[in-house]
Structure formats: structure tokens, C-alpha cells
Design a protein around this ligand. Structure first.
Ligand code: AMP
Length: 212
């Protein structure tokens, strides 16, 4: 059983690395941001409660987030473990989490703010099939059109420069005390997110002692 939390600023490649761990070690990837976006897009009751926070790049209140994460983990569909992405994001969430779950490690992906901003502004998502693009690393053959299904590419509603600056600022302000808390418990492994994805993954596996 492997229970990991992955942390890093927006654009650090958290999602990419979490998916690799999921595929190679049969872990369940739980992205709180994805759960929230799905609810907003699907016009659920929860979506209505959280839409304004998500659109503004502000944190959703702790009680709502705690409830959603617990519900998700209580499904117990994670026989081999999970990678939690996007939680905890406040000290309160971290304390609650440490009381509720034994985790094995916190993966911290470091990335300078300028690189993070550049990467996030280049993100595109196919509105039809959901495939991810990045105008820096993974360009579509035709501008703003999905290579696979021909759907129109969209930016996330919260990927405006103002919202990104707010999210990066919030990330660093909030991550510092959380990482400190986890560091005291000797749970944190740190990798350099400025490297290519394969290299970042190699560092993660090495530091977690994962044999491939
Ligand atoms: P992300 O995809 O991780 O950047 O998350 C997108 C948005 O979802 C954030 O800007 C917040 O509005 C919300 N969100 C995601 N995770 C959390 C969390 N742990 N606590 C509060 N809000 C969150």
C-alpha cells in the first residue's frame, strides 16, 4: 500500500507525474481540482457552491474540501494506494489529513514562478475529448484544434494571468507551513520540476525507493 501526496505550484507537472505513478504502480490518482472542475462543468449542486472560488482561482472553504476528500477516500477503491493531488492546501486541511490518514510520503516538485506562469499560460484542453495540450511542449498540428478528434481547444476558466498570479501566490504562502509540518514528520521528498518529465519521474522513483 502506497499513500502519497504530491505538491507543487501550478504548472509543475504534478498531474503528469501523478498519472505516471498511477499507471506504473496501480495507484488511484485523486485530483481535487479535477473533481471540482467536473462538478462545475456538470452543474451539480456542489458545482454551484464552489464555482465562484474555482473561477477566481481562490481556495474553496476547508469544510467543503475536507468533506469531498474524505468521501473520495472512503470509496476505498485504492487497493494499492493513492496519489493525492491538490490536497492539503491549508494548514487546517493538513492537520485534519494527518489525523485521519497515515501517509507514506509527500512529493514536493519545486519550480520557479516565472517558469510556472509560462507553462500554465500555454495549457489547452480539448473541449470535446478532454486531451491536454501545451503550446510550449505539446502543440496541436493546427492552432487551437485537437489532433485526435478535431474539437476546439480551450483554456481553463481559471488560467487567466491574474488568476494564475493569485494561485501561485496562494500556493507558496500556503505550501510553506504545510511542507514544514510534513518535513517535521520526515515525509517530504523534493524534486526539481524544471527538468524534463522523464527526469522528474526518475528523481521521484529514486527518492521514494520505487523499483521499476
Ligand atoms: P487545481 O487544478 O489544483 O489548480 O485546482 C483548481 C481550483 O480548485 C483551485 O484554484 C481552487 O479553487 C480549487 N481547489 C483545488 N484543491 C483545493 C483545496 N485543497 N482547497 C481549496 N480549494 C481547492
Amino acid at each position: 500500500m502506497r499513500k502519497y501526496v504530491i505538491m507543487g505550484p501550478q504548472g509543475s507537472g504534478k498531474g503528469t507525474q501523478a498519472k505516471r505513478l498511477r499507471d506504473d504502480y496501480d495507484l488511484v490518482h485523486i485530483s481535487v481540482g479535477d473533481i471540482f472542475r467536473w462538478n462545475v462543468q456538470s452543474h451539480t449542486k456542489l458545482g454551484a457552491r464552489i464555482r465562484r472560488y474555482v473561477d477566481a482561482g481562490e481556495l474553496v472553504p476547508d469544510d467543503v474540501v475536507g468533506e469531498i476528500v474524505l468521501d473520495r477516500l472512503n470509496q476505498h477503491d485504492w487497493n494499492f494506494g493513492f496519489v493525492l493531488d491538490g490536497f492539503p492546501r491549508s494548514e487546517r486541511q493538513a492537520l485534519f489529513f494527518l489525523e485521519t490518514f497515515d501517509i507514506d510520503a509527500v512529493i514536493e516538485i519545486q519550480l520557479p514562478a516565472a517558469t510556472a506562469t509560462e507553462r500554465v499560460l500555454g495549457r489547452r484542453l480539448c473541449g470535446r475529448c478532454g486531451l491536454d495540450y501545451n503550446l510550449i511542449y505539446h502543440r496541436p498540428a493546427r492552432p487551437e484544434v485537437c489532433d485526435v478528434c478535431g474539437g476546439a481547444l480551450e483554456t481553463r476558466s481559471d488560467d487567466s494571468p491574474q488568476a494564475i498570479a493569485a494561485r501561485l501566490h496562494a500556493y507558496h504562502a500556503q505550501a510553506a507551513p504545510i511542507l514544514e509540518l510534513f518535513r517535521r514528520k520526515e515525509l517530504v521528498v523534493t524534486v526539481d520540476g524544471g527538468c524534463a518529465p522523464d527526469e522528474v519521474y526518475r528523481q521521484i522513483c529514486q527518492k521514494l525507493g520505487l523499483v521499476r
